[in-house]
Every structure is written in C-alpha cells, then in structure tokens.
Design a protein around this ligand. Structure first.
Ligand SMILES: [Zn+2]
Ligand SMILES: [Zn+2]
Length: 430
C-alpha cells in the first residue's frame, strides 16, 4: 500500500491519507465528507470512505479538499501527527465508522486488519497511541458459533427497548446492558424490585425470629457488644427476648487497667458467659470480630462455646425495611448513580436502649403489614415519587429535598408489597 506523502499530496492537496476530506461534484450537485484511504494497488486512485458508508474512488469525478482549513489547523495547538507521521484522532473526533483500532475492529465490526494492511491514523489513548485501521479494508472474521453469536447480539441489544448498535452497550446496575436513554428507567425499575424483595425478606427474617422466641425463648439472646479497647476491656450486655439479663459486664483482662467496682475479671464471668452457648444470638450489626476477641479472652474459663452472630443482625434488615434513600441523590439520574440505602442507626447506643430498639424493629418487621409511605414532589418539573418503608424515612427525605430545592412534597400511603408503578419515572426519563 502506498502511504508515501508525495503521492497523497497528489490525491488531495493538503490532506494526508487517514485525514478527513470533503468531496464535491464539479457541478456542485453532491457533497460528501469522509476519510481519505490509500489506493488498493499501485497505480490505482485513492479512495474516500464517506460518513454515509460509501467508498468512492478519486478517479477525477470529484473535487477533493481537506475538511479543515489550514488556518483552522494552525489555531489548534494540539499535536496533529504521531511519531510515525500518521494523523491523530481523539475520543471526541474519531470517525468511528471508518477508522478503528484492532479492538474496535473486533468488538464493533467483527473484523481484523487484513494481511499487510497498515494503519493509516493513530488514536490517542491514555498512554501513547493506538494504530487506527481503515474499516473498509479490514477482513471479516469467521462467523461465531451460535451460542457466542447470541451473546454477541445480546451485548449489542438494549435489554429494555431492544435498540441495537455496533458496540456493546453499557451495563446497568443489574448487570444487563441498556442504551443510554434506558439506563435510568431500568435502574429505577431494578431499585423498586430490590426494595420490594428487601422488605419481604426483612419481614420473613423477623417473623422467623419471633417464631423461634415463641417456640423456645431460652434459645434466643439479644446481644450488645462494645468496642474492644487496646487494654482488652469490653462492654457486653446479653438479654433474653423478655428482658431477663443474662450477662451485663465490662470485661477487663489487664491487671494494670482493672478498675475495681466497674470491671469484671474473665474468670468471674465464666458462668454467665456460658449461658450464651447454644443460643441464637442477635445483634444490631456485624461485630463478629469483636465477639471472637471476647471468646478468646473467655476461652480458658468457659471453654469453647463456638458463638457467632449467625442468628442475624437487625440493622441491615431494618435498612431494607425502611427503604430510605441515601441523602446523595444526583439529578437527573437518581437511580443509576446512587442506589444504596441509607444506613439506619438506633436512636441510642446505650446498651439497654439499643436492645429495646432491636425488639421494636423485629416486632415491627414481623407483624406490621407491609406499607409504603410515598413522598411525591409536587413540583411538576421534578416530580420525583419515591416509596419509603416508614413515615420517618419519608419525612426525612422530604425535608432534605425541600431544603435543597424549595419544592413542596406530598405524602400518601399505600398497602401491599406490589411493585410501585413506574409510569411517572419513565415519563421523566424520556
Ligand atoms: Zn433502550
Ligand atoms: Zn422536587
């Protein structure tokens, strides 16, 4: 292939192979823009791959000129040719139908550079340049076997509206691929589905725990475990569901830091600690590691009880139940960019109050009908309508939203675990 600049200069004065040119018919009746390609063989004319997908031969029927004027180029201070003398394209200006890197050839066109095909331009990537090949001259790869062909097509088909494109679509929060206008409504639908599933799971978990309590009250213990300090003293409070205290102490191993009247020595707690063995232990959140430290301290006195919080943590279920959004909602795509739940904390960390709150949360999740508190922004432009699992969550969101935007938010309630309707949100996204 001829990429010699003198020959190019003859083809289109002022434009090199790989650069963009415009073609006009001498009569002025037609005009095309595209990328200048080298001749297929010595002695043949250069070609232009137009933006509309045609490959035209420069055999004298067209007047060709560079797309950008010389003064335009001079004003552009960026580098225009790579070390090998090929024109440079960047993310924003790559003619993606005509030029492609090896990867793009494979992913978008299922092609590869033909034998002896030289790159005619360069793509500026994070590090250095990737060679760009003329798509029109690349050879087709063999057809994919049916299963891989199906996966290939799926990655290039929007899972919501079935739009199709050459490059794979971006993945949404649910790992399926969507076109850019479907990403947000798909994320919203996914979010509502997760919330319903989360509330159902939280309710089932709590109902199961209450059933355990009724069946065998002695098999359940609610546990508060404090932060283990560097001198190994640690608060622990364990109660039965009915509020009988099994163990309430500050355990201290160290002689130097032992405070008389406040702390207890591990040896003195052996019997009380032993009462935790064989019970279903429930805590607010996962302090599994703290529990293992405490067990290590107590091992020589109470033996190996094999305690764990496998019985469950209330906090994560409570997050799901209340279904409160994170305060950091980013418009205009509040579901795609932020789909985590707000982390609920108990109103007090004092051990007796915390355990009382654990009982309250479990009871509410197990026995209340699944209600949604819906906060609807009455501003017609904004119109966010979000479901929440509790009036507190819904109030908090409404207050934050009002403070930030000045919008008035209305409140309604609705029963059931059915998927809230998405009509409104889909309307916003389009
Ligand atoms: Zn779509
Ligand atoms: Zn609003």
């Amino acid at each position: 292939m001829i990429t010699d600049r003198t020959t190019d200069a003859l083809a289109v004065p002022g434009a090199q192979v790989g650069e963009r040119v415009v073609l006009t018919a001498p009569t002025g009746s037609a005009r095309h823009a595209g990328v200048l390609l080298p001749p297929l063989q010595d002695g043949e004319p250069h070609r232009v791959h137009t933006d509309k997908g045609k490959v035209l031969r420069l055999d004298g029927t067209w007047l060709a000129a560079p797309e950008r004027s010389t003064s335009d180029r001079r004003r552009d201070r960026r580098r225009q040719y790579c070390d090998d003398g090929r024109p440079i394209y960047r993310h924003g200006d790559l003619p993606s139908g005509q030029l492609a890197t090896r990867t793009m050839l494979r992913q978008r066109f299922r092609r590869r550079p033909a034998d002896g095909q030289e790159p005619i331009a360069s793509y500026m990537a994070y590090k250095g340049y990737a060679p760009l090949y003329a798509v029109a001259d690349a050879e087709k790869l063999p057809a994919l076997p049916p299963a891989r062909k199906a996966a290939w097509d799926q990655a290039r088909t929007c899972a919501r509206c079935n739009a199709v494109q050459a490059a794979p679509y971006a993945k949404g929060v649910d790992d399926r691929r969507y076109c850019s206008s479907c990403l947000e409504p798909a994320a919203a639908a996914w979010w509502y589905g997760e919330r319903v599933a989360g509330r159902v799971a939280a309710g089932a978990w709590a109902a199961d725990l209450l059933a355990d309590v009724r069946r065998a009250p002695e098999k359940v213990a609610l546990v508060y475990l404090g932060y283990p300090t560097s001198v190994m003293s640690q608060d622990i409070l364990a109660e039965t569901w009915d509020g009988e205290v099994l163990l309430s102490a500050r355990v201290c191993e160290s002689d130097a830091f032992f405070r008389k009247g406040k702390d207890s020595r591990p040896a003195d707690l052996a019997e009380a600690f032993g009462k935790l063995g064989g019970r279903r232990l429930i805590s607010w959140r996962g302090d599994e590691y703290w529990l293992s430290l405490l067990q290590e301290t107590m091992r020589e006195h109470s033996g190996d009880l094999g305690l764990s919080f496998a019985g469950g943590h209330v906090g994560p279920h409570w997050d799901e139940w209340r279904a409160e959004r994170s305060p950091h909602l980013v418009e205009p795509c509040p579901f795609r960019t932020e789909h985590r739940l707000h982390r609920q904390e108990p109103p007090s960390w004092r051990p007796p109050e915390l355990l009382a709150y654990v009982r309250h949360a479990v009871t509410e999740m197990a026995t209340r009908a699944s209600y949604w508190w819906r906060a609807t922004c009455l501003d017609t432009e904004c119109g966010l309508a979000l479901p929440f699992g509790s009036s507190a969550s819904s109030d908090r969101w409404a207050e934050r939203h009002h403070r930030k935007t000045g919008h008035i938010v209305g409140h309604t309630t609705e029963t059931g675990t059915t998927l809230p309707d998405l009509v409104h949100l889909e309307g916003r996204a389009s």
